[in-house]
Design a protein around this ligand. Structure first.
Ligand SMILES: [Zn+2]
Length: 222
């Protein structure tokens, strides 16, 4: 009879009856939330590559791929943008500042485990290339995440990856976001070879895969 009762209760639960047993709490709540901040957008192209490529476009391509991979790993992803637009409104006189403030507010509202801000780099000397990850100088968690991601660039860049994760105390997002946040500069649009790679779907995919693996590694070590 005990078993029968259990079966009946279970059946009631499945029908969503008033006597349904509470759904095991936590499954959804424990799903980690990550914010992917897609740098620039709209009237702000970010860096302009030697070949005319725009950072805002490359950022979005890579970030959307990271989102797909994270979601496949049951991580909830919130994007700061999913199209070519800024987070300012037309009436904002200081659009860049309005955009940065809105990004911070959005992150605050979401309260994620971590934020990865996707960018591309540029330098006045063309030979410079490679990925680099920045973290807020006083954040141990940010540093840990940055070092994991920086290390994982090895899988994409091979022995060309000689850079180290770097502390920073000036970047607006690093200064104003309270949860662990890193800025991932995937490569240099000022380097002709890397600029071409950064626009290839296959290369974007490799970068996205490695970034998502780094995020999972960090979340597993919490
Ligand atoms: Zn940028």
């Amino acid at each position: 009879m005990g078993l029968l009762l259990l079966v009946l209760v279970f059946a009631a639960a499945c029908r969503g009856g008033v006597e349904a047993l509470p759904v095991q709490a936590g499954d959804l709540e424990e799903q980690p939330v990550v914010v992917l901040d897609v740098g620039h957008g709209g009237n702000d192209p970010g860096k302009v590559g030697v070949d005319g490529s725009l950072e805002k476009d490359v950022n979005l391509e890579i970030a959307m791929r990271v989102k797909t991979y994270l979601e496949q790993s049951d991580i909830k992803v919130v994007m700061t943008r999913e199209e070519d637009k800024g987070l300012y409104s037309e009436k904002d006189s200081r659009k860049k500042m309005a955009d940065m403030k809105r990004r911070c507010e959005l992150i605050e509202e979401v309260g994620p485990e971590l934020v990865v801000s996707i960018h591309q780099n540029s330098y006045h000397e063309e030979y410079v290339s490679g990925g680099q990850v920045f973290y807020y100088k006083d954040s141990a968690k940010g540093k840990a995440l940055a070092e994991i991601l920086q290390k994982r660039f090895d899988y994409v860049l091979g022995e060309n990856n000689r850079r180290l994760a770097k502390a920073n105390g000036n970047y607006y997002l690093l200064l104003h976001v309270k949860c662990p946040i890193v800025i991932v500069e995937c490569g240099f649009l000022s380097n002709r070879r890397e600029a071409a790679l950064l626009q290839q779907g296959e290369y974007q995919d490799r970068l996205a895969w490695t970034i998502h693996m780094g995020i999972i590694e960090y979340l597993n070590k919490r």
